[in-house]
Design a protein around this ligand. Sequence first.
Ligand code: UDP
Ligand code: MG
Length: 320
Amino acid sequence: MKEQSLSIIIPVYNEEDNVLPLHQKITEALDSMGQPYEVIIVDDGSTDNTAQRLKELAKADNRLKVIHLRRNFGQTPAMMAGIDAATGDILIPMDGDLQNDPQDIPKLLAKLAEGYDVVSGWRKDRQDHPLKRNLPSRVANRLISFISGVHLHDYGCSLKAYRKAIIKGVKLYGEMHRFVPIYAAWQGAKVTEVGVTHYPRVHGVSKYGFDRTIKVILDLIVVKFLDKFAHKPMYLFGGFGLVTFLISFLLFGLMLYLKVFHNKSFIETPLPMAVTLFTLMGFMSIFMGLIAEILMRTYHESQNKPTYIVDRTRNCKDED
Ligand code: UDP
Ligand code: MG
């Protein structure tokens, strides 16, 4: 079998003191492995000297690909830019702040060789602020694991390894790079994790705080919704609408019952209000469901997006 080539993808934003040692560490680690590789550093609109340093590095090492984004788009889009440019068979994103260790790459590859499609790093001994970062992240990880049904300990670790076919074509939004293993698993990929080293940040500052946990949870809702209902939004909206109709019907019954048997006038209880509210909510949800159905059809039909994914074919065209 042809030797698999690697693409290391690193988004950086204001990491001027990290890019040189980073490049050195990566080169050391990968050269000793003897596998063909490329390194793609995406400069996510840095405002310090990062761009200049990268320019010099790229001049000296033509295996280093550098992509400068126009402005700061965020870690996920920057990673996406790297993924789009990658030509390797195995894609390995990592952080550019020296918190990940490129020496862990062989461990990830060994797992891929066992037959997995995605290997996620797990920072067993995470070196970030215990209260501000590690605790919320632990809670978020539990929640993601529970909701997604894909059981990993550390979705947020950037150091992961993907087979090309799994990640090419995936579109990432918001903070969603961490959910790629989940998408992949939902689509039938074999996903696992391995412990990786994590170092404290020495140069530069972290770009995130607590608000990221909230964004991650909101993204999780989107991901779950897209997985479950993107093809049939009416089942969610319409289902909710029917439930509210049922509630309003029951409350209406209660209202009549109180009137007839307990002689309570309609305006003595909040029931008429509740009945109106639930009925309205029911109509609104069903109409929203219909609109979502139209959007979904526009999405699939205008772009000729299939509603299935083929794993492989036999005796058809374009096989490898
Ligand atoms: N990063 C980026 N664009 C941003 C924010 C961060 O490319 O808008 C990069 C950053 O330079 C680093 C990686 O994403 O290489 C992870 O960021 P950071 O270390 O701040 O996150 P933490 O490790 O604290 O979760
Ligand atoms: Mg970091």
